[in-house]
Ligand binder design. Structure first.
Ligand SMILES: NC(=O)c1ccc[n+]([C@@H]2O[C@H](COP(=O)([O-])OP(=O)(O)OC[C@H]3O[C@@H](n4cnc5c(N)ncnc54)[C@H](O)[C@@H]3O)[C@@H](O)[C@H]2O)c1
Length: 266
């Protein structure tokens, strides 16, 4: 029987490949026989991650908000079968909390707003446009967008609060993240129908918070609003990546696969 999950002969471009999850998506694809291009505007980080993965991984400098930069990466490769739109500005909770007044809605600047949505919304638009044109020349492919549980619900701002901080200076998840992540789900639906009969499937994966040495207090508060009672492990999205990028999901398009320990079910 053929292996439905086999990715032999497939090349995947992964944006944000120098970050936390991009290299994990890459590992999953390589483990099932594919080749990956880790692309990031932090080229040094993409390089390090590609070297750890080995000979089936390459790395590229890319700015996903710049058409020429994307085109020059795409032109280097004969074909791209899989595009994972993973780059985003993802404001993270750091050790000690970290107060970021810019992230509050009342005082957010236009500059912060534009920066917050640029990589995710404009990057997904531009990369999808340039890579899909190449896919159409080569008989099709798979576009996988990365959204978030916060692409289908509102952030519960209580988990970002810090004791002893004035109400109007409390740390919050910014509105930019919601705007960007909801937009990605909408673009997935749009493009899936647009390309449905031309060999390109477009789906979305929505993770929840992945544990990465966050402050204990934050982990406790987040775990409390997740039915499974814990954050995601960094390897727990690899199975979904292989499924969504391979023929195992050949009749699936326009869907948003939410993997969140039940968080959005509550
Ligand atoms: N980590 C989580 O807990 C979590 C949860 C839900 C969803 N997500 C989503 O998963 C994806 C990956 O998250 P992550 O935790 O690995 O984030 P990360 O911040 O570690 O990585 C994102 C990467 O994108 C790159 N990037 C940003 N702007 C860019 C640009 N203009 N051009 C090229 N590269 C650019 C950054 O340099 C960074 O390496 C994001 O879309 C994020 O929103 C993450």
């Amino acid at each position: 029987m053929t292996n439905l999950f086999d990715l032999t002969g497939k090349t995947a471009l992964i944006t944000g490949g120098g970050g936390l999850l991009g290299p994990k998506h890459a590992e999953a694809i390589v483990e099932y026989g594919g080749k990956v291009i880790l692309a990031d505007w932090h080229e040094d980080r993409a390089k390090k991650k590609a070297e750890l993965i080995g000979e089936n991984a390459s790395y590229e400098y890319i700015d996903v908000t710049d058409k020429e930069s994307i085109q020059s990466v795409v032109d280097k490769y004969d074909k791209i079968d899989i595009l994972i739109n993973n780059a985003a500005k993802d404001p993270k909770v750091k050790k000690g909390g970290g107060l970021t007044p810019d992230s509050r809605f009342e005082t957010m600047t236009e500059e912060y707003w534009k920066e917050g949505i640029d990589a995710c919304v404009n990057g997904t638009f531009l990369c999808s446009q340039i890579v899909s044109n190449k896919m159409l020349e080569n008989g099709g492919g798979v576009i996988l967008n990365i959204s978030s549980d916060l692409g289908v619900i509102s952030p519960d701002q209580r988990i970002y609060r810090q004791d002893g901080v004035d109400e109007n200076r409390q740390n919050v998840k910014p509105i930019t993240y919601s705007a960007a992540k909801w937009a990605v789900v909408g673009m997935t639906k749009y493009l899936s129908v647009y390309f449905a009969q031309r060999g390109i499937r477009v789906n979305c994966l929505s993770p929840t918070g992945v544990y990465n040495n966050h402050p204990e207090d934050f982990v406790k508060k987040l775990s409390n609003i997740i039915p499974m009672g814990r954050m995601a492990d960094i390897d727990e999205y690899k199975g979904a990546i292989v499924f969504l990028c391979s023929d195992a999901s050949s009749y699936m398009t326009g869907e948003n696969l939410i993997i969140d320990g039940g968080k959005t079910v509550w």
